[in-house]
Design a protein around this ligand. Structure first.
Ligand SMILES: [Zn+2]
Length: 194
């Protein structure tokens, strides 16, 4: 039987999603019947519901099922749960850029803490989720401007900006041009450029 001080260290690793401990131990959740790697991006269980195993077969023998997110049943090298969180976050923002995402609502959707998401995203992508979302929105706005079927106001709101001056500011920051000037630069008749 594990002594309490030992368990406290394991619990700490679970709370911090510490990858150093992946492959070293697993934790199972009594209430859900699922077992995870320490780095699993899922919300940690209540402390009293966590059980620790050093051997995953032992967890399986006791009736616990492998978590679908951190896949403790796969070899360690085959799975990177943190990259999966990043990929999902990007995917959501690329498909649903028009929705009013906040760090809070995005992390809730992904089932991770806002702090964890912010830190991990910046680490792996180089910008914050908020900045990434802005880039996606500007990209969409550019496409719509080139298409030329909508007014700036329509474009602003349809890509997810909530006020026009913010849209103009972000657009200029990203492209160095106003939406109007950008549109002109892209729709200028061939042969007459420059
Ligand atoms: Zn898990």
């Amino acid at each position: 039987m594990m002594v309490d001080i030992h368990k406290a260290a394991l619990w700490q690793a679970v709370v911090e999603c510490d990858r150093k401990y992946d492959g070293i131990f697993y934790y199972a959740v009594k209430t859900t019947g699922i077992f995870c790697r320490p780095s699993c991006p899922s919300k940690p269980p209540k402390r009293e519901n966590a059980v620790f195993f050093f051997d995953r077969d032992e967890a399986v023998q006791q009736g616990y099922r492998a978590c679908k997110r951190c896949r403790p049943d796969l070899p360690l090298s085959a799975y990177d749960p943190q990259q999966e969180v990043i990929n999902n976050a990007k995917h959501i923002m690329q498909l649903e850029y028009h929705k009013p995402w906040t760090l809070q609502s995005l992390s809730q959707r992904l089932g991770v803490s806002p702090y964890h998401l912010q830190r991990l995203f910046k680490q792996r992508v180089g910008v914050s989720p908020k900045q990434f979302l802005k880039q996606v929105r500007i990209q969409q706005a550019k496409l719509l401007l080139i298409k030329g079927e909508h007014s700036n106001t329509e474009i602003c709101f349809s890509v997810g900006f909530t006020d026009l001056s913010q849209f103009y500011r972000c657009f200029r920051q990203a492209t160095g041009l106003s939406p109007q000037a950008y549109k002109r630069s892209k729709t200028r008749p061939r042969g007459k450029a420059k």
